[in-house]
Design a protein around this ligand. Sequence first.
Ligand code: ADP
Ligand code: MG
Length: 703
Amino acid sequence: MPQAAAPPAGPKPLSAPARALARLGLVRDIDLALHLPLRYEDETRLAPIATLHDGVTGQVQGTVLECRVETRARRQLLVRIADDSGELMLRLLHFYPSMQKTLAPGALVRVRGELRAGFFGREMVHPEFRAVTPETPLPAGLTPVYPSTAQLPQAYLRKVIASALPRAPLDELLPGGSVPAGLPSLREAVTFLHHPPPGTDLDALEGHRHPAWQRLKFDELLAQQLAQAQARAERARLRAPPLRARPGGLVERLVAGLPQLLGGPLTGAQQRVVAEIAADLARPTPMHRLLQGDVGSGKTVVAALAAAAAIDAGWQCALMAPTEILAEQHFRKLVQWLQPQGIAIAWLTGSRKGRERREMLAAVADGRAGLVVGTHAVIQRDVAFARLGLAVVDEQHRFGVAQRLALREKLANGEEGKEGREGDDGTQGLEPHLLMMSATPIPRTLAMSHYADLDLSTIDELPPGRTPIVTKVFEDGRRAQVLARIRDEVAQGKQVYWVCPLVEESEHVDLQNATATHAELSALLPGAMVGLLHGRMAAAEKAAVMKLFTDGTMKLLVATTVIEVGVDVPNASLMVIEHAERFGLAQLHQLRGRVGRGAVASVCVLLYTAPLSPTGKARLKAMAETTDGFEIARRDLEIRGPGEFMGARQSGDALLRFADLAEDEPLLLHARATAARLLSAQPSVAQRQVDRWLGAKTEFLKA
Ligand code: ADP
Ligand code: MG
């Protein structure tokens, strides 16, 4: 954009330290007040030199006896000091002439550092030091050490924070009785954390267990709970079409046919979540529900029943999947289940173009297509639904924030293309219901915090007749043994997945790897069909390969991680994952879920290359020890921390800064109860609490 040549307006340019502050997000007084110390140094006491032990950090004060530049082994400044109790050598490998002046013989210096028994006797290498007089006072409180950068000296940071602290808006907002008993006021807490008095339990402070820390965490959690409750309340004001299945209608007919289609009736857990969803759909407010269930727990049929309810009530349903392979698999399954009942199903993916696509779009726009299945192509601008009543998002965590926001927009604003249409067709002002599905279970505390604005349904039971998957972890030296196992498995008519390693830097290397492995395995299995699937293939090619594997013609499928989600081939009984140490825990669990989907006993072999990193080891150990998706998710949270676990949803900004979900569940529960009370009794206080803590970030929480 062209800039007008107007005189520069606005704030004057920032100084270098101010710029460094701004880069850390430290602009307003409140930002500075909430920039809390990482740790503290106790400079309130002086230790007699003789009392310091090897490896102990301490502060001493003494007179310089000798100061000389040593040049023999390595150029360095050697300074010998003494107090009444003993002597100490200071050793400076980098020094300036000004230092030699400060440390001239006869000077009184205060020194802080770690004592070591070195070549020159008891010594400190590169201690902090400064010239003092016998009257120079010791600080009254512990000295805070702040998270900082090279451009931002601690001394400067301490000064600006100390001056911002009294100005920062930390007045008590919360009514008496709402804060857990025994916690200080917010201002007391923050002041204490910056300047704790000597004698404070530093372990509790640095471990964030001290009441002052608890107070901050509580306020933060409360703000988050309030924001989520507000989002929920806002949604409760919206209107949606009530979707009730008709007696003797589509849903009933589908349920009746299920034992045959699935090979068994719905599990108890499936029945329960179907009922929860049906109750939501029947209400005149939009559903906002997350269906979680481990891989293979049977979420697809639950989605199909929800879709059937929408269609039965005279509305359309859109089902979105993150990949074309998965979308196509859903499409086939739903065609098989719903088409016999006379439902027309459209299929929209990025690779569908031209006339075909135009025809699909027309069927969606005039309402002939009851169900629309596809990738995020389903929410493109040119897709206009006649009467969208329900949107289902499969593997929702795989969609990016942008896509999820686009979906929300689309749902909230009604579809473009409808504007300007004549008359009221009964869809005006109505929002569709939303059902999200995920195989990555959300740990309890996360569900209560970051996902508190969602309703949750959980399938906690696998369909009967599954044989548990056995997981084996092998060093890749045992590859020959694994190859023999593959031969046996194929000889018995079973099918095998071979997952190629993830090479983050280069898709090209990935492909080379996969191609080489494909050649090796083809040679191993003469006469059997061995296929290759990777991200660079065209959608039609991928689909053709998948079809051969799904119908059993192909015995072994070598694949990069494109098979990760949702692929369902019950006859596959062995999965080998090469370089398993490179995959994340959630991803390994997803991959493993591709086997063990039928009655055949299944094995997952995790090949790794030594040496393993500690987290790599922890991941493989978790995989070997459990197949329970909830346990995996819990351990993943432990290994990675919630930030990464959440992936893009909360990317940084909206994450909790102070509270730690792994430790602060009691505070979270208290905050949740307080939020409910505050919101109904004092909504304006609630709003101020949200504004203070979250500011502009609340938009993010809705994605
Ligand atoms: P996911 O929850 O991972 O999406 P799917 O919906 O793909 O699981 O279901 C996994 C497999 O279990 C499919 O082959 C499906 O047909 C089968 N299945 C689902 N529900 C049942 C059931 N109640 N009884 C028997 N098999 C079922
Ligand atoms: Mg699925």
